[in-house]
Write a protein that binds this ligand. Structure first.
Ligand code: GDG
Length: 493
């Protein structure tokens, strides 16, 4: 792993995210600690341990208050305290308005340009503002606690307004923000009520550096600023914006995964056993196994994928019994009605497809409709001859990278929607347009027919590329850029 600590020499590191890295939960045997799965926590937890920084996050665990002090602070990891979590408390109305409301019902669909799901309520917006202000206070409080310099790094679309609030409280604090999802073009952003989209952009201009996954989202952001904030001057070539006598840098930094961790999981003896079992069951005698893993979310193109599979088995009866599909579909955001409807649709369509083409000894789609352990995912990825990622829009998409990392036998084909950030980075995938069902079906056929040599050649290329672009490289490039800007600012003061 790369060493990031040198970037943060004598500088206090304050990380801000909606989810916390450790949740204290009331369990049957007293207080239990839960660490949420996901790339961000596994990459940033070691960094926080080394830098002894502070992680500001929503205190969502049922026993979080019991173990935190009056300011909401607690030391973690519990067995060997190295850094602080500063918990921000949210009540039910905050969670409904800030999180389920403005974040997930307004910004999420808008940024993914799926405007049929866009829902704006004044109450959502007001709660979002109030919670962003509360987070800004928590960060300012942390910056206050140290005498030297501090750097605040804000994660994602839950906090579009926090940087501007924080800038007003601590003008010389270095603030940057990583936006994990797409950033929409002006014609989409302006669907927010007049005044709201301008406030959102001004909020983000509180940063010293605004980070996006790929250049296109960075360009969309600059186009929006150019169009809606007349007093800002945008230099798209140098990726700089001048606003209120400050310079805001803009950049693209593609997020990735802990490649070695996934590869190690794929090579574990238990995984090898699981892969053997899966292939004996589904991929014996030249049969093939397709896989995919998704949170059930309308951005992921799940109905489009099911429609393509239905059409494939309809038009190519010779593939019935010869091609099986394992679909890990993890329930998510069940408080938002659109997600419940989608989950029902996924289950019902799968049952219908299985009834239409299945037989006594063959089930076309094996649906795993629950959260599964990461090591089972690694086995599914390694066992696959084909992985389909069919997002309608996706900031990056880590499933594609996890599949490549776990393909240690280099037998699988990655079919990747060209509307993912990953598609602009990964070379060697078979690109698809999920809206074009005939093109999609024919791409599945081409992938199934691809020779072992061609598969190996493509997979090897993708694996080489992935090894040079891990989550640690992502972190390294962001911190290098942020600290370079920080020193430039000091030199010009
Ligand atoms: C956002 C952006 C961007 C899924 N089911 C299970 C499970 N997962 C894990 C996968 C993968 C992660 O969830 C999903 O990551 P994605 O990148 O595909 O998508 P989002 O959740 O929408 O993430 C996205 C990302 O942020 C990072 O910036 O790439 O564009 O939308 O890691 O493996 N993990 C386990 N069990 C499951 O059942 N353990």
């Amino acid at each position: 792993m790369l060493d990031f600590v040198h970037y943060l020499n004598d500088c206090k590191f304050i990380l801000v995210s909606n989810r916390e890295p450790y949740e204290h939960m009331r369990g049957a045997h007293g207080i239990e600690i839960k660490q949420p799965p996901g790339g961000l926590v596994s990459a940033l937890d070691p960094t926080m341990r080394h830098t002894h920084g502070t992680w500001v996050a929503w205190g969502s665990g049922s026993a979080d208050r019991d173990v935190s002090d009056e300011a909401g602070r607690v030391q973690v990891p519990p067995e060997d305290p190295q850094y602080t979590i500063h918990r921000v408390w949210l009540d039910d109305a905050d969670i409904e308005g800030y999180y389920h409301g403005f974040s997930n019902r307004a910004l999420w669909p808008l940024c993914h340009m799926l405007i049929q799901h866009f829902e704006f309520r004044t109450e959502y917006w007001e709660r979002y503002r109030a919670v962003n202000l509360r987070f800004a206070h928590a960060v300012a409080d942390e910056a206050e606690r140290c005498t030297g310099r501090s750097m605040a790094w804000i994660q994602d679309y839950h906090f579009a307004l926090a940087s501007e609030f924080l800038r007003a409280m601590r003008p010389s604090l270095f603030i940057h923000q990583f936006w994990h999802i797409p950033f929409p073009p002006p014609d989409i952003l302006r669907l927010l009520p007049t005044g709201t989209h301008e406030s959102l952009l001004r909020g983000m201009l509180g940063n010293d550096l605004a980070e996006f996954q790929i250049d296109r989202y960075a360009e969309n952001f600059m186009d929006c600023v150019e169009q809606f904030i007349p007093e800002a001057r945008v230099d798209p070539v140098r990726q700089m914006i001048t606003f209120r006598d400050r310079v805001i840098h803009v950049g693209a930094f593609a997020i990735s995964i802990d490649v070695e961790r996934y590869e190690a999981m794929a090579r574990m003896p238990e995984t090898v056993d699981r892969v053997r079992t899966l292939r004996e069951r589904y991929a014996r005698d030249g049969r093939q196994l397709g896989v995919c893993v998704d949170r059930i979310d309308y951005t992921k193109g799940i109905p489009e994928r099911l429609r393509a599979l239905d059409t494939l088995w309809d038009e190519s009866p010779e593939l019935r019994g010869r091609f099986t599909f394992i679909f890990v579909a993890t329930p998510s955001r069940s408080n938002v009605p659109a997600y419940n409807t989608l989950e029902r649709e996924v289950v019902e369509t799968t049952i219908a497809v299985n009834k239409k083409y299945g037989s006594r000894d063959w089930t076309p789609i094996v649906l795993i409709n629950e959260n599964v352990d990461a090591d089972l995912l690694a086995a599914v990825y390694r066992a696959g001859d084909l992985c389909i990622v069919s997002s309608l829009q996706d900031g990056m998409n880590l499933v594609a990278k996890e599949f490549v990392a776990c393909q240690v036998d280099e037998r699988g084909v990655l079919m990747l929607s060209r509307f993912t950030g990953s598609a602009e980075e990964i070379e060697g995938a078979c690109l698809i347009n999920p809206f074009n069902v005939d093109g999609f079906v024919s791409a599945i056929r081409t992938s199934l027919d691809m020779s072992p040599d061609e598969r190996r050649r493509r997979m090897r290329r993708m694996r080489r590329q992935l090894h040079n672009s891990t989550i640690f490289d992502w972190l390294d490039s962001i911190l290098a850029r942020a600290t370079a800007i920080m020193s430039q600012q000091h030199a010009t003061v």
